[in-house]
Design a protein around this ligand. Structure first.
Ligand SMILES: *[C@@H]1O[C@H](CO)[C@@H](O)[C@H](O)[C@H]1NC(C)=O
Ligand SMILES: *[C@@H]1O[C@H](CO)[C@@H](O)[C@H](O)[C@H]1NC(C)=O
Ligand SMILES: *[C@@H]1O[C@H](CO)[C@@H](O)[C@H](O)[C@H]1NC(C)=O
Length: 344
């Protein structure tokens, strides 16, 4: 009897412990995801228009909903894009700020176009030219096939062009075979996004933080041209441009560099990121960059995984100390506390 009681007591104790642990994990997970209800609450608006592909709601196309936003808009407006595939090019013009574009999830709402051009900007499926633009849960695709020749004037097929300040993407996905994400200028935040591409597929002179993003490389190992994940175009030390990746992972097929030099002061940092074997030991490249590598800021901090070994890295690249890395590890790098609705 005594013995049984003691068993019961032990089981009860285990059960309680389990509940406490599970509850803790649950709370922990919840706290660390920026989801659609949280963002909606942060926007504090009840101006919402809805787009659906069958024309049952306010608008049938995304662009029609954007056109409906008044020029010089100064209060948040939610454009809810219900699940479906929207086959159109979309442009958010500079005079329509404060749009929160909310999809039903990146597997459910997608904006898709197929265009290849010698100009990155012209090819883009989705262009953001207005500041204060926030997106949640949308996939952006440019499905044009890659045109790879040995000449430099390859056609491009950009999925998203970001050419304005204070733009944030949460739980979005970006797909293209060539030049996926043109982070042209301004301060940007990408949280929990999936970005797929082959050669130099995150590029431009933007100032961007990628938090916990997945970068999937579809480079073909038989191609003669070895691509890079990033091509940051920072030309002067005084420019605030730079791409910072915190947490997240890099994986894929084929071999790839983390970054190539575009401007003399190109700045790219990978911190606490998982790097698979797809990242080649040399890590960084000056291929197609004729100038000195002295002012490049190609850096890593506490990365892990089979592609993270620093032994054979390019001689100009850096493994940062805690002190060096500190300015890149939080949204302060993009002054995010001043303008982001939410961050991790
Ligand atoms: C919601 O709309 C009502 C009337 O249309 C307005 O009075 C109210 O201030 C709005 N609330 C918010 C949070 O915008
Ligand atoms: C390359 O882009 C040009 C326009 O810039 C276009 O006319 C041409 O069709 C494109 N080539 C391919 C193979 O898509
Ligand atoms: C460019 O990279 C190659 C390979 O790492 C290296 O040998 C060369 O010194 C680099 N050029 C400069 C200017 O650092």
């Amino acid at each position: 009897m005594h013995f049984l009681k003691s068993i019961n007591f032990t089981s009860a104790f285990i059960l309680v412990t389990l509940i406490v642990v599970l509850d803790f994990v649950h709370g922990f997970t919840e706290k660390n995801v920026i989801d659609s209800p949280l963002l909606t609450q942060k926007m504090g608006t009840n101006r919402t228009v809805t787009v659906d592909p069958n024309g049952q709601e306010d608008f049938k196309s995304v662009q029609a909903a954007v056109d409906h936003v008044p020029n010089g808009n100064s209060e948040w407006i939610i454009i809810h894009i219900t699940k479906g595939v929207y086959r159109e090019k979309v442009n958010i013009p500079h005079n329509k700020p404060y749009i929160f574009m909310r999809g039903d999830g990146r597997g459910k709402t997608s904006i898709v176009w197929s265009q290849s051009s010698v100009h990155n900007y012209d090819s883009a499926t989705f262009k953001v030219e207005a500041p204060h633009f926030v997106v949640f849960g949308i996939s952006f695709k440019n499905t044009a096939p890659a045109v790879i020749t040995r000449k430099m004037e390859n056609n491009k097929s950009v999925a998203v062009f970001v050419g304005a300040d204070k733009v944030a993407f949460y739980q979005c996905a970006f797909f293209s075979n060539q030049n996926t994400l043109f982070d042209y200028k301004g301060r940007h935040y990408y949280d929990n996004c999936y970005i797929q591409g082959s050669i130099d597929f995150i590029f431009g002179r933007g100032q961007a933080m990628f938090h916990d993003c997945e970068l999937f490389v579809i480079a073909n190992s038989r191609d003669e041209i070895r691509g890079s994940i990033t091509a940051n175009y920072r030309q002067r030390h005084s420019e605030s441009s730079g791409f910072v990746f915190v947490k997240g992972k890099v994986y894929g097929t084929g071999d790839v560099y983390l970054g190539t030099a575009k401007g003399a002061h190109s700045r790219v940092v990978f911190a606490n990121t998982y790097l698979s074997r797809t990242v080649i030991p040399h890590g960084w490249t000056n291929l197609s960059y004729p100038g000195s590598t002295h002012n490049l800021y190609h850096a890593e901090y506490r990365c892990h995984g089979p592609g993270s070994g620093s032994g054979n890295r390019a001689h100009w690249s850096k493994q940062l100390t805690d002190v060096d890395a500190a300015p890149f590890l939080s949204v302060d790098f993009i002054e995010g506390q001043d303008w982001l609705p939410a961050w991790l």
